[in-house]
Design a protein around this ligand. Sequence first.
Ligand code: SF4
Length: 283
Amino acid sequence: MEVIQAKTAGFCMGVSLALNKLDDELKKGEHSGRIVTLGSIIHNPQVIEKYAQQGVIQASDISELQPGDRVLIRAHGIPHDKEQALKKLGVTIIDATCPKVKRAQLGIARMFADGQTLLLFGEADHPEVRGLLSYAGPGSMVFNNLEEFCCLRLINDTTYFLAAQTTQDIIQYDKIIAYAEKKLGYKPVALNTVCSATRKRMQGTLELAEKTDIVVVMGGYDSGNTRRLAEAVKAAGKRVLHVETPQEINPDVFSPGDKVGLTAGASTPNFLIEAAFALLQKL
Ligand code: SF4
């Protein structure tokens, strides 16, 4: 089959930086203390398994940590109060918060200091969103789409500003910004927090959908940015196959003569993308 791969697919800068930091810690050896990640290092089960086999422990809460641990804060970042609590625990902190997430956290903190209240476009239960919210004040609200934004019950005499989770759909965010003036009665500050890696992957995927009959999207089922790529292909009217591994690619979904696109989320490793590309070519 003819297979076209998106120009930008797979690991983003933030994920690569975090994994490089983890690799550096592994090189120091076990005598330097346990290596613990707070939550899964990235939303990709194959990569998590690889590190688990090398002895990396995954903790879901700071209560699971021991003095002497080397604790890696993943690219999503953590809430401000948890970071403060970590500093008192006698652990070594390896901060792998993506610089773009850090920039969003600090931008939100600056707006809060200016007396403004956050309206955040994001998934309420996502770790990055919990972290971003911790830099804003009381009264902040989270919404997941334009419909939810329309229904928010705002408080009079409050000045709101907008921000988005770094991996949110930029087209949706632009629509929300355009509608916000109508809802609020003034033009709010809208922080530019959707990262360039997200924009490039979305743009590349939409271009791919235009040129092909079906698009294979590779990435963790837990990965929000991967899911959004798959949703964008569907919304563009093209068939989509979201898989975590090449083994999950079902040959029956393809029709003779199909032109196939291949893209991947920001937490999908290259070896999986390459294996999927080779497999698709052989079909
Ligand atoms: S998607 Fe963007 S913000 Fe998130 S880790 Fe990657 S580069 Fe950083």
